[in-house]
Design a binder for this molecule. Structure first.
Ligand SMILES: [Zn+2]
Ligand SMILES: [Zn+2]
Length: 117
């Protein structure tokens, strides 16, 4: 079982199946959300442990469409963890252990700040 949690520990979930894809996006929206590294997970592999009701959703204005979930208490960026899609991105930062994945694709590399390798 792969466990994930926010900084304060209120939001917790587990995956029954390891995510297969890790991508990095360097656009300013992902960067400001603290979610540049994302893994894609299957909804069917996600089991909630706690804190689902403590998640707030930021809905950006058009043309941006990706909703951003975060813990209402500590602000940890959770990606699209409340999505109804069969597969969706979740912040790689929330996993308690190392997923053992390398970045497989990068987006908006031209927006990468100079302090980021
Ligand atoms: Zn939290
Ligand atoms: Zn982005």
């Amino acid at each position: 079982m792969i466990s994930a949690s926010c900084n304060c520990g209120v939001v917790r979930f587990e995956l029954t199946e390891a995510p297969s894809t890790l991508g990095a996006c360097y656009c300013s929206r992902c960067r400001k959300a603290g979610a540049s590294a994302m893994v894609f997970i299957k909804k069917e592999s996600l089991n909630w442990v706690s804190g689902q009701d403590q998640i707030a959703v930021y809905r950006p204005q058009q043309p941006y469409k990706y909703k951003r979930c975060f813990c209402k208490i500590c602000g940890t960026s959770l990606g699209e963890v409340l999505s109804e899609e069969a597969s969706f991105p979740v912040s790689a930062n929330v996993f308690d252990g190392d997923l053992g994945l390398q970045v497989q694709f990068e987006e908006h590399v031209e927006d990468k700040p100079s302090w980021m390798e």
